[in-house]
Design a protein. Structure first.
Length: 460
């Protein structure tokens, strides 16, 4: 193993240079004029995989191609099947606008100290590139991998991975594996590397209350007609209590409570309430009573009003009773809540609560299931050991408050759990101007990737 770690250290300057070359592709999947750039980035990546000894191919989809790269298949010394693991990543990136807020052009990588600035640096090119370099170290030093690996790197994650599930189903037999490794999340800091073992799900709806057939003069008709805007405010206010609990009957029936072990682990994550409040720019925090802010934002379900619209929005005053009012809502869900069941509960509650003075319309939106692996499972414990050895610090366990639907797609289609070992830092600015990636995180991430396969193969 030491020869692999030496190779990684000695070749780090070259690796950084190669990563910069990769980052120069403006592979923005949300913008159609970058279609050729996406294809060029995919070709570069496939060629690079071949150059380090992987068997790589570009696989077409109805959208952008998927790069599939495999290690040369080894033979087990015994009659046992060799473990097979899949590494997922994405070569597409977010739009870079607004360009004027960047301190340097987003697709001209800039190194400042131990930070590499460019769009896609941490999300996600730098993170999956660390895994590729770790495998390169095995192949170039002639060291046998204890398992077989397949990289699946797509080009549509930033626009919802619409074509990936169909692609996974098409070649499901080739991709069957013992687990999936994903580095597309984060960690609190370099002294607290992290395993993300849970993700929240999501359920989205839009509510519209229809009142009079047209906007009405509030002086002439006010007092005889209910305002859809006022009715909507009352309806929305009744969805949550003052203690932060969602007031929809049955909403919490399927929630799996945190174990004592999980609460203890979450308490280890560095957190300063005053700094967090200042960072958010709010006078006081608010959340479900009885839980810490870390638990509230990652391990408890929530309701959020994402948009609220009614009446006149222009300059000055227009004295009307608006004809309609609407709101967009999302519910973040936790294991074992199901988005379809939650949507039904919300619909029933709104219909019961809606006053007869307005007409209620509800339109369902997107949904995604929550995800959880046991933090005490052999898979999770192997990941924690690799993190500890690479970062030389005790790792922490994270629950991610956001949603990554592709993780549940992997579980449904391939029947394998995902191990999320993020390398991004809180100030890396993914999706924002001046995105960066810590070169220290890159170096330690490569070490982690090299150590991980030994741990996972032994755990299986």
């Amino acid at each position: 193993m030491q020869n692999i770690l030496n190779y990684l250290k000695e070749n780090e300057p070259r690796f950084v240079s190669e990563l910069c070359e990769y980052l120069r592709f403006p592979s923005v999947s949300a913008q159609s004029h970058h279609r050729k750039d996406l294809q060029a980035a995919a070709r570069w990546l496939a060629d690079h995989c071949r150059s380090i000894g992987l068997n790589a191919r570009l696989c077409p989809t109805n959208g952008n191609p998927v790069v599939v790269a495999e290690t040369p298949r080894g033979r087990s010394a015994s009659s046992r099947r060799r473990p097979h693991f899949l590494v997922y990543g994405h070569y597409d990136v977010q739009p870079a606008e607004p360009f004027e807020l960047w301190k340097s052009p987003p697709f001209e990588p800039r190194i400042d100290g131990r930070s590499l600035f460019a769009r896609g640096a941490c999300d996600n090119k730098g993170q999956h590139f660390a895994h590729l370099k770790a495998v390169e170290a095995y192949l170039k030093t002639g060291t046998d991998l204890p398992c077989d690996l397949t990289f699946v790197i797509e080009g549509e994650e930033e626009v919802g991975s619409q074509n990936l599930p169909a692609f996974l189903k098409k070649i499901r037999g080739q991709l069957r594996c013992d687990a999936i490794v994903i580095s597309d999340t984060g960690m609190p800091d370099l002294k607290h590397p992290a395993l993300t073992y849970a993700l929240r799900g999501i359920s989205a709806i839009e509510i519209k209350l229809q009142g009079p057939s047209r906007d009405l003069h509030s002086g002439i008709y006010g007092g005889t007609v209910d305002s859809p805007a006022m009715a909507l405010c009352r309806l929305l206010a009744g969805l949550r209590g003052r203690n932060g609990r969602i007031a929809i009957p049955g909403f919490y029936d399927d929630v799996v409570p945190l174990s004592a072990y999980e609460r203890k682990q979450l308490a280890r994550i560095p957190f300063k309430e005053a700094a967090y409040r200042k960072f958010l720019g709010v006078p006081e925090l608010f959340g479900e009573r009885g839980y810490t802010p870390q638990e509230q934002r990652t391990a408890r379900p929530t309701i959020e009003i994402n948009g609220l619209t009614s009446g006149y929005q222009g300059e000055g005053t227009k004295t009307i009773i608006p004809a309609w009012a609407s709101a967009k809502l999302t519910f973040r869900l936790v294991p074992n809540q199901h988005p379809g069941r939650i949507e039904n509960l919300v619909r029933q509650h709104l219909k019961r609560s809606c006053p007869p003075t307005v007409r209620l319309e509800i339109e369902g939106g997107h949904g995604g299931e929550p995800y959880l692996i046991s933090p005490t499972s052999p898979l999770a414990q192997a990941g924690l050991r690799a993190l500890k050895a690479a970062f030389e610090c005790e790792p922490v366990l994270l629950r991610e408050g956001g949603s990554i639907p592709i993780v549940t797609d992997f579980k449904k289609i391939l029947g394998a759990d995902a191990l999320m070992l993020g390398l991004a830092l809180p100030d890396d600015n993914p999706h924002s101007p001046n995105e960066k990636f810590s070169l220290d995180a890159f170096a330690k991430g490569m070490r982690m990737g090299a150590l991980l396969w030994q741990e996972l193969a032994a755990a299986g």
